[in-house]
Write a new protein. Structure first.
Length: 243
C-alpha cells in the first residue's frame, strides 16, 4: 500500500452531527452506540449551557466512561476551535493509555452550530489533520419544524444556522416523518433540495430502532468532500437567499 494511502487509513474517521435542538441528534448518537457492533466509538459532546444533560444520556451506551469528552459553555462553531483540538487530544491521550484508539469519533454539535468552521478545524490544525479525517457531516432534521427554522429572519450579517447546517451536510436524516402528512413531508424535502441538491437524504424515525438507517449507511461512508465545503461556499450563499 502506498505510504500516503496508509497514512490516510491510519486516521480516525470523524462524523460531525448537526441539527437544531430537538431534531434527534442525541437519539441518533445513542442508536449508533447501541448498534456499534465491533466499532469502538468515542463521542465529543458540545452542550450549550451549564447543565450537561446529553452526556448523561450518551454515556450509558459507551464501552468506557473515558470514551466521551464534553465541550461546555459555548457553541463549538464560534469560540471553541481550540477546545475542539483539546477535546480530541484528551481522547487521543486516553486511547494511548489504554493501548487502543477508537475506530470512529462522533462530534455532536449544539443546535446553533455552523458546521463550516468546525470542519475547517480538521484541516487548519496540523495535529488534527495528521490524526483524523472527516468521514461525513450529518444533519438531523425535524420534519415538523424545519420550514419554520429556515424561514427565521436573522439580524443583518447573521447566518441562518438551519440553512448552513443543511448546506454543508453530505448526509441528511429527515427525522420524525411519522408526525407529518405526505404533502407536508414533500414540501420539506423540496425545501431541503433547494438548499442542498447533492447530499444523501434518508427518511427515518430515530425513536424507533426498526425505522433507523442501518449503521453502515452512517459510519465509515467517506462522503465528506472538501471541495463541496470550502470551494462551493459562494453557491451555498446563493441558495440561502432563496429561503
Amino acid at each position: 500500500m502506498p505510504f500516503a494511502a496508509e497514512q490516510q487509513r491510519q486516521k480516525v474517521p470523524v462524523t460531525i452531527i448537526t441539527g437544531f435542538l430537538g431534531a434527534g441528534k442525541t437519539t441518533l448518537v445513542n442508536y449508533i452506540l447501541k448498534e456499534r457492533g465491533e466499532h469502538r466509538i468515542a463521542v465529543v459532546e458540545n452542550e450549550f449551557g451549564e447543565v450537561n444533560i446529553d452526556k448523561e444520556l450518551v454515556s450509558d451506551n459507551l464501552l468506557e466512561a473515558e470514551d466521551i469528552v464534553t465541550i461546555g459553555n459555548g457553541c463549538v462553531c464560534c469560540s471553541m476551535r481550540k477546545d475542539i483540538v483539546k477535546a480530541f487530544a484528551k481522547l487521543d491521550q486516553r486511547s494511548c493509555q489504554r493501548g487502543g484508539k477508537p475506530t470512529a469519533i462522533l462530534l455532536e454539535t449544539t443546535g446553533l452550530a455552523d458546521p463550516d468552521p468546525v470542519a475547517f478545524t480538521f484541516f487548519a490544525n496540523p495535529w488534527m489533520a495528521a490524526r483524523h479525517k472527516l468521514d461525513s457531516i450529518l444533519c438531523v432534521v425535524d420534519a415538523r419544524y424545519l420550514l419554520q427554522h429556515i424561514a427565521d429572519v436573522k439580524p443583518e450579517g447573521a447566518v441562518n444556522e438551519a440553512v448552513r447546517q443543511l448546506a454543508f451536510s453530505d448526509l441528511i436524516l429527515l427525522n420524525k416523518i411519522d408526525l407529518v402528512d405526505e404533502e407536508s413531508k414533500q414540501k420539506v424535502i423540496r425545501s431541503i433540495r433547494r438548499i442542498n441538491l447533492s447530499a444523501t437524504l434518508v427518511e427515518c424515525q430515530l425513536n424507533d430502532p426498526a425505522k433507523c438507517p442501518p449503521l453502515e449507511t452512517i459510519l465509515n461512508i467517506n462522503s465528506f468532500s472538501v471541495d463541496d465545503i470550502f470551494l462551493d461556499s459562494e453557491s451555498e450563499g446563493e441558495e440561502e437567499s432563496l429561503t
